[in-house]
Design a protein around this ligand. Sequence first.
Ligand SMILES: Nc1ncnc2c1ncn2[C@@H]1O[C@H](COP(=O)(O)OP(=O)(O)O)[C@@H](O)[C@H]1O
Ligand SMILES: [Mg+2]
Length: 235
Amino acid sequence: MIEIHNLSKSFKHSTGQTEILHNISLTIEKGQWYTIIGPSGTGKSTFLNCIAGLLKPTAGEVLYNDINIYQLSEKAKSNYRRHHIGFVFQDFKLLPHYSVLDNVILPFIYDEAKKALYPKAMVLLEQIGIRTELFKRLPEGLSGGEKQRVAIARALLGKPDILICDEPTGNLDIANRNGLLDLLSHCRAQGQTIVMVTHDEDVAKSGDHIYKLIDKQLVKVGTADATFSLDQTTS
Ligand SMILES: Nc1ncnc2c1ncn2[C@@H]1O[C@H](COP(=O)(O)OP(=O)(O)O)[C@@H](O)[C@H]1O
Ligand SMILES: [Mg+2]
C-alpha cells in the first residue's frame, strides 16, 4: 500500500547540514499496525512527516498505491492527504479560535458536504470520551488529554486509509489510553492502516510490527506475537 524507497532526510543549518534519516526503505501493508519507538530526537516525527506528504525527503520516494506523493501538485497532494491520510500531530495543532467541534471538521471546512460531517464528528468525539458540553469550547479550555483526543477525532473523521499518529497517548491516562487502543484496533479491523510513534511499551506492543528508529535507520525489534525488549528505547 505504501512503499518507502531509500528515504533520507537532512536539515540545513548555518554551518552545513545534518542527516537525520538515512536510506530507509519500508513497505507498509494495508490493514496492519506499525509502531515506531526510539529515543527522543532520533527523527521519529521527521519520518512520520516525510511519509505523510508534509515534509519532502532529501532523497528517496514515498509511493501510495504507486502514486508518488511528492510528485503531485500542492493542490492534488493536499486533496490526497485529506481523503486518504489522517495525521495526529505530537503538538495536536488545534486552531485556537475554532471550537472543539469545528477543529474536528477542520480538514473538510470548505467542503460542500461539511454539514453532514457534524453528526459524525459528534459521535467520534463521544466515542473518544469528549463530553458534549465541551463541543463548543475553544481548545484553551481543554486539558492536554482532551486536546489530544480532539486531534485524534479530527484525524479519524475522514475514515482515512492510513492513520499516522505521533505519540497519540502521551497525554492520556490509562483508561483513555486503553479506550484509544480499542478504537484503533477497531479501525484496523475495518482495514485501516496505522503507523504510530510511541514511548509507551504497552502501546508499542499493540502493533503488528514494531520498529525502532536508531542511527538514522528503522530496525525491526518485534512483532505482535513475539516478545521484545524495549531496553534503552525510551528517553
Ligand atoms: N525543521 C527542522 N529544521 C532543523 N532541524 C530539525 C527540524 N525538524 C527536526 N529537526 C531536528 O531533527 C532531529 C529529529 O527531530 P524529531 O524528528 O522531532 O525527533 P523525535 O520525534 O524522534 O524526537 C532533532 O535533532 C531536531 O532538532
Ligand atoms: Mg517527535
